[in-house]
Design a protein around this ligand. Structure first.
Ligand code: PEP
Length: 252
């Protein structure tokens, strides 16, 4: 059976400035070399994507955007099209992040429309799914995640998942310092993979499913050693060069 590659992606959220980014990107570029079976990527705020492109071109690190418009172009003030992200070398785009869902009212349908826009332009969507604490405690974590994934499959078809990455990010673990235990995370990752295997076993087997939620250098190796955890989506710890580098190395 072919081994899945791992991916460690840093979601910078709305942090950074030219000077700090420069130092961080330089550290990543010089220290993330020669990793085995691990790809690394950063997701800076949109204005800094050209800086990431400038600093990372020719390195082993890819970059992506935190959001994209569902529209290709037009009178949509404040929006950024997938083609524009491609113009600046983006490989990935985050979709359905819980902060977009909770703070900006993004629905499953909006995530699906953005997923299509990304995919048809050639960006790799990183679809974030995950339950809130209430949803977990009331026993509906799996049904929430199934709904979030089904919304994409309904619009894009299961075959689209062959060109996408899924990130399981329990909302209660994001930015809270509370990490899902490796067993809790593995259980949901296995659920996601089995659910997709019910539609297409080959796509399920090849799908990268990342874990996100307070991943740090200290807990990364144990999480990444679970059979269905194929790397991580890292928020806070991706802003600290040594932490992010250690997390990437833990995925080897
Ligand atoms: C995230 O925002 O995707 C995330 C996982 O954040 P943190 O690592 O800070 O919990």
């Amino acid at each position: 059976m072919a081994m899945r590659q791992k991916l460690v992606a840093g979601n910078w959220k709305m942090h950074g400035n030219l000077v700090d980014n420069q130092a961080l990107l330089l550290s990543l570029r010089t220290q993330l070399v020669g990793l085995r079976n691990v790809s690394c990527a950063v997701f800076p705020p949109a204005p800094y994507i050209p800086q990431a492109q400038h600093e990372l071109t020719g390195s082993a690190i890819a970059w992506g955007a935190q959001n994209v418009s569902k529209h290709a172009k037009g009178a949509f003030t404040g929006e950024v099209a997938a083609s524009m992200l491609l113009d600046f070398g983006c490989k990935y785009v985050l979709l359905g992040h819980s902060e977009r869902r909770a703070i900006f009212g993004e629905t499953d349908e909006m995530a699906a429309a953005k997923f299509m826009a990304a995919l048809t332009s050639g960006l790799t969507p990183v679809l974030c799914v995950g339950e809130t604490l209430d949803e977990r405690e009331s026993g509906c974590a799996e049904s929430v995640i199934a709904r979030q994934i089904d919304a994409i499959i309904e619009v894009a078809g299961v075959s689209a998942l062959a060109k996408a990455v899924v990130a399981y990010e329990p909302v209660w673990a994001i930015g809270t310092g509370k990490t899902a235990s490796p067993e809790q995370a593995q259980a949901i990752h296995a659920f996601i993979r089995q659910k997709i295997a019910g539609l297409d076993a080959g796509i399920a087997q090849g799908l990268m499913i990342l874990y996100g939620g307070s991943v740090k250098a200290a807990n990364a190796a144990e999480l990444f050693s679970q059979p269905d955890i194929d790397g991580g989506l890292i928020g806070g710890a991706s802003l600290v060069a040594d932490e992010f580098i250690a997390i990437c190395k833990a995925a080897q």
